[in-house]
Design a protein around this ligand. Sequence first.
Ligand SMILES: *[C@@H]1O[C@H](CO)[C@@H](O)[C@H](O)[C@H]1NC(C)=O
Length: 325
Amino acid sequence: MPGKNQTVISRFILLGLPIPPEHQHLFYALFLAMYLTTVLGNLVIIVLIHLDSHLHTPMYLFLSNLSFTDLCFSTVTMPNFLQNMQSQVSSIPYAGCLAQMYFFLFFGDVESLLLVAMAYDRYVAICFPLHYTRIMSPNLCVSMVLLSWALTTLCAMLHTLLLTRLSFCKNNVIPHFFCDLSALLKLACSDIHINELMIMIIGALVVILPFLLIIVSYAHIVSSILKVPSTRGIHKVFSTCGSHLSVVSLFYGSVIVLYLCPSSNNSTVKDTVMSMMYTVVTPMLNPFIYSLRNRDMKEALKRVLQKKIKLSSNYGNYISDVFIK
Ligand SMILES: *[C@@H]1O[C@H](CO)[C@@H](O)[C@H](O)[C@H]1NC(C)=O
């Protein structure tokens, strides 16, 4: 509860990135291009997977979920950040800040849990290839997706509710480009011990535990390959797990560097650059990592485009028939 002699803060100021004014336009164009690439790349993946029936397998349905999450994850921060770069004073109302933080946590955690589901899918595909369709039933896949949404709703809600207990009195300047939980906690003028404790517990639950589960499933995959070493087996693992493994290392790499290796001298620049990494760069790269080296995706794109061309030429024939008659 704010005391009598304290002013209650109703807006926060987002400082954004420490970009010199003469480079402002260049960076604006760069971030706009990155955001548009993220939206377009992920939309293409979602549409492609839903249009092509060959891709209606658990792996690709999870990938489509991951693309949807990436799309939302960068939409939580990027449009607001781009708008703030254009305006002189970039303030955000208290409720807006809380909402941004909630959705940021929500989609970030969903991404983490989806990566576990995808690792489990690869584990079953490689270690139990004969039982794959029975184990990875549509029911199980839907339950895994629903469970990850339910869990992360709880976690994000808990963090947000705990934050509403705090009072902000003097400082309302956030040295970041979005309303980050840890940046907000630094501004609070009430006791934040419970918040920090919950960050550690929930962080362990939705970041460290998933990361360990992914490592365990890959350990199983590698040991099952080593039991029957063959170049075909190794090739298969690299082709189906390579993309997943790259996404996992990009995502957890930046999160772990950011939160588990706290900088000693409180360097906000390094923190901001690392959070740029997983809020902007990872969601942008995911579609490319998955589609560039993936033959199924390329063939699906070809099939869908061919169908489109056939449709439009049929439509053209129809139009000319109508006009000739
Ligand atoms: C997410 O995954 C579920 C289960 O595999 C699937 O039914 C659903 O269509 C997917 N959602 C999206 C947006 O791809």
